[in-house]
Design a binder for this molecule. Structure first.
Ligand code: DLL
Length: 433
């Protein structure tokens, strides 16, 4: 049984969670109505007032918030109080436009540390651990979220930052690191580097890892578990809510517990914006319940997942569980009329032990027909013959899920250069209408 960081809150009765959510929702709604012109205007357009929120179901009367709304009011238009009351600022990378800026009051940092401590405890971190944090310390929320959470637990934190992969492995050996964190694809990069250095990962002290920040299929998770011989947990979060710390899977590994005392979860049909049934796939829509400096109502995450119809878990926690994130609704590709999520492709690739963890899909138009090429690195150098045999197997396997024949190209290890923090799995060269 894993250790529960905040037993009282993590095992609250369902009724008490609901009561607390309603109380906090009302307070949040009043705060944004009175202090954020964007929301005041939206409430007026919808002809609603904070007092109209009488039950949790009334959340459906509230306006949505999108990434574009945040961009249009960047950097400080969503703050409820003057800048002098804030102590920290983070931002998304901004590679797809104006960065999303978020500001935290001291209390917001406190709440973030608490939810991260819950996620880390749930993944096995204790005060006896040596916690290495190979994530860039900067405006990206990742490193600081983990850092604050691990310190809240009392672990010894090594703020190693991202990059210099050889150094990361050497630090693990030198300091006897027992717990690692990070962006999912970087964990596989580190295992590759250890191999190159001739270090057997089994000889390190690392026992647990908590990863997320990007598509994290079961196949990739199993890969990390096998290569590192550690237990791996999945952490979900986003800049707009706090950063990492919204949800994590417990030792049952069958869904991520989302901290309902801090976030109100809806799962909606992205087209109709109506709730989908439990266990049905939909878009995760989140409302902050305890953020004081930059609360957000009904944030459209674009992340697709299912909410499970099981509120009491074997681990003792009572907070709702959701599936791993299937992908972002804007990542869904339509190729020759077939809907394809990159995660479906990754799930096939990761079944092959000869295949490395680095891959990408490239879509081109040739003679007015969409062509999908999948480039994937082999784990070890392969002969031309071996590559051809493997390509044929992959082609058949992938064809069975996407219905048409993709081109498959097996590349030598380390051929795909990753730019940026998160792996870029899709290169869509089709002309946009
Ligand atoms: O990636 C926060 C984070 C840092 C989470 C470290 C976990 C670990 P953003 O850069 O704002 O914040 O990106 C948020 O990343 O909407 C999802 O699409 C994706 N994402 C985050 N965690 C997961 C996960 C951080 N566990 C966006 N599985 C989200 C799948 C994830 N996708």
């Amino acid at each position: 049984m894993d250790y529960i960081f905040n037993k009282k809150m993590e095992t609250l009765k369902r009724q008490s969670i609901g009561d607390l959510q309603l109380k906090r929702l009302k307070k949040t709604v009043k705060n944004v109505y009175e202090n954020v012109p964007f929301y005041k205007k939206k409430f007026d357009e919808l002809k609603i007032k904070p007092d109209d929120i009488k039950t949790l179901e009334d959340v459906n009367k509230l306006p949505f918030t999108t990434k574009n709304d945040l961009r249009d009011n960047a950097p400080f238009g969503f703050l409820t109080t003057p800048l002098e009351n804030f102590c920290e600022l983070h931002a998304s990378s901004g590679t797809t436009g104006i960065p999303i800026t978020v500001c935290y009051t001291h209390n917001d940092i406190d709440v973030w540390s608490e939810v991260m401590a819950r996620c880390l405890s749930m993944s096995g971190l204790t005060k006896k651990d040596v916690f290495q944090n190979p994530i860039p310390y900067g405006t990206f929320t990742g490193a600081f979220g983990f850092h604050y959470g691990a310190q809240r637990i009392g672990a010894l934190v090594i703020p190693s930052g991202q990059g210099q992969s050889e150094r990361q492995i050497k630090l693990m050996k030198y300091y006897g690191t027992t717990f690692i964190s990070g962006v999912a694809s970087y964990a596989t990069r580190l295992s590759q580097v250890a191999e190159e250095l001739g270090i057997d990962l089994k000889d390190l002290e690392v026992k647990n890892g908590l990863f997320g920040a990007e598509m994290f299929t079961k196949g990739l998770k199993n890969r990390i578990m096998d290569s590192w011989k550690i237990d791996v947990h999945d952490i979900y979060g986003l800049t707009e809510m706090c950063g990492p710390g919204v949800s994590t899977d417990c030792d049952q590994h069958n869904g991520l517990h989302l901290w309902e005392d801090h976030f109100l979860l809806e799962c909606l049909d992205p087209k109709t914006l109506e709730p989908v049934d439990l266990e049905e796939e939909g878009e995760i829509v989140l409302t902050t319940l305890t953020k004081e400096g930059m609360p957000i109502l009904r944030y459209r995450t674009r992340d697709i997942a299912r909410i499970f119809d099981q509120r009491i878990c074997e681990c003792g926690r009572t907070h709702v569980k959701h599936s791993t994130i299937k992908g972002r609704s804007d990542d869904m590709l339509i190729i020759r009329g077939t809907n394809i999520y990159p995660g479906q492709i990754e799930s096939v690739l990761m079944k092959y032990s000869e295949i490395g963890s680095n891959w990408r899909m490239i879509i081109n138009t040739e003679k007015q027909v969409d062509q999908l090429s999948i480039e994937v690195e082999s784990k070890l150098p392969l002969s031309q013959m071996e590559s051809m045999v493997l390509e044929e197997k992959l082609r058949n396997d992938i064809k069975s899920i996407i219905v048409f024949n993709p081109k498959i190209l097996i590349l030598q290890p380390k051929s795909i250069i990753q730019e940026g923090l998160k792996a870029k799995r899709v290169i869509d060269n089709r002309k946009k209408e």
